[in-house]
Design a protein around this ligand. Sequence first.
Ligand SMILES: Nc1ncnc2c1ncn2[C@@H]1O[C@H](COP(=O)(O)OP(=O)(O)O)[C@@H](O)[C@H]1O
Ligand SMILES: [Mg+2]
Length: 253
Amino acid sequence: MKGAGIMQANGVAIEFEGVYKQFDQSEVLKGMGLLVRWGEVTTILGPSGCGKSVTLKHIIGIERADRGRVEVAGHDMNTISKRDLTGLRKRMGVLFQSSALFDSMTVKENVAFGLRMHTHMSETEITERVEICLGAVKLEGSENTMPVELSGGMQKRAALARAIAMSPDFILYDEPTTGLDPSTANVVGEYIVKLQNELDVTSIVVTHDLSLANQISDSIALLFEGRTAIQGSPEDVAKSGNEQYDMFVSGKI
Ligand SMILES: Nc1ncnc2c1ncn2[C@@H]1O[C@H](COP(=O)(O)OP(=O)(O)O)[C@@H](O)[C@H]1O
Ligand SMILES: [Mg+2]
């Protein structure tokens, strides 16, 4: 799948153009635009409730835009077939807000879950793959540990190992540092960058954590009142003088 022509480094992996999404009476996305390039970390930054998770759901195909265009890996998400959507989802590793590990399963079974469900790998191959993924997040040897026995930061790393198990093209993170103390949050940020460098992936991170955004991002898109107020490198957005960005940084929005 990789190197399929459309995946040129710095080419466009995901694009939102004029996206509108309403729930009941509240319009959440109001003409949103977004650009995600292959091989980069793009962070969707914004205050709580501004529509970041909703945006992520459009990328995964759980929500559909009322109006506007959402394109993911060359697919128009408004018209994508069920079959193509299933195929696309297999290329996505997702790290949800709560680590959402299965409490009743060992770390190994958590990481192996997708492999058992979607591949025909043998037990030996699964064991090897789980070892590699746990090694990538420095959790080697914790195969038989139960999630409750892990610290918050270790749970995030185990969830990260699960997210990369299927060798995804995309890793999607929803608030990966929420609930973590600053130093653990910093470590999670380091792992996001490490995996980005080691695996040939495109990462989309949704967060309200400005220091995480600055730590990991090639590109930051500030989402405010249903639109992208500004998108660019951390350095460029910081010196842009963009009013919404400056308000966000000073905690006014
Ligand atoms: N399925 C839904 N039905 C109704 N309202 C929703 C739904 N999903 C999200 N919303 C609303 O959309 C807004 C944005 O939500 P969300 O994307 O989760 O915010 P955040 O930026 O904190 O991730 C919120 O006001 C939320 O209540
Ligand atoms: Mg959210």
